[in-house]
Design a protein around this ligand. Structure first.
Ligand code: DC
Length: 220
């Protein structure tokens, strides 16, 4: 059985999806980490992120493994390395290449065929698993997402300016929604959950309710 969770950046998808998977006994597939891994490897090898052929070849030859909450690429633990500013700055170039998306979607389908999965990303319900038993679109207003981001930065004692974070968030949404490939959209049949005023525990409780209704399962 497959549950897909898609939605814009900053809606709290990863934390909620991981926790949902844990509570319902499904595995969790972080597809953002797969795009991050390819980007990291391309930079590591000094390849040009804009060179679709070279990037796609790198993606096809890359070995990636998920081991609880760690990510391994070609035998190396890259859990932290895939979340650096350099990766963030190049990931949209890498994830815009149709050949890279085709390869990663192919792998996502192979992985998810091995068990029950919560697959989280941008295109899981729309492209990778259009026939999933339960499709969820997790979203929040740009204001709520900017507020959360400010709190996260403040916790890390990093500078956080609400107005500029909100402007960046809106710009990123505009780009994500107008990308020629891998465009963010609510998949047909997806259930929308707006997380604006909900705590993580409340989001997970609502997700569980949606999953049990859509898949006809009951969770204790
Ligand atoms: O969820 P995240 O921030 O780790 O995602 C990293 C990047 O990968 C983000 O720019 C969107 C992109 N992505 C994508 O294009 N398709 C997916 N299925 C998942 C992530």
């Amino acid at each position: 059985m497959i549950v897909t969770i898609d939605g814009p950046a900053g809606a709290g998808k990863s934390t909620a999806a991981r926790e949902l998977a844990r509570q319902i006994g499904f595995s969790y597939l972080d597809t953002g980490a797969m795009y991050r891994a390819v980007t990291w490897l391309v930079l590591e090898r000094d390849l040009d992120p804009a060179d679709e052929t070279a990037v796609a070849e790198t993606a096809r030859a890359m070995e990636i493994e998920f081991d609880s909450d760690r990510v391994w690429v070609n035998g190396q633990d890259v859990t932290r390395a895939i979340r650096t500013a350099a990766v963030n700055a190049n990931i949209s170039t890498v994830s815009d290449h149709p050949q890279v998306r085709a390869e990663l979607v192919r792998r996502q389908r192979i992985i998810a065929a091995t068990g029950n999965y919560v697959c989280e990303g941008r295109d899981q319900g729309s492209v990778a698993f259009p026939d999933a038993g339960c499709k969820i679109y997790l979203t929040a207003s740009p204001e709520a997402r900017a507020r959360r981001r400010c709190l996260e930065l403040a916790e890390k004692k990093e500078p956080s300016d609400y107005a500029s974070i909100l402007a960046q968030q809106k710009e990123r949404d505009r780009r994500d929604e107008s990308r020629p490939v891998g465009r963010l959209l609510k998949a047909p049949g997806a259930v929308e959950l707006v997380t604006d005023d909900l705590s993580l525990a409340e989001v997970v409780a609502r997700l569980k309710h949606i999953v049990s209704r859509e898949l006809g399962l009951s969770f204790v």
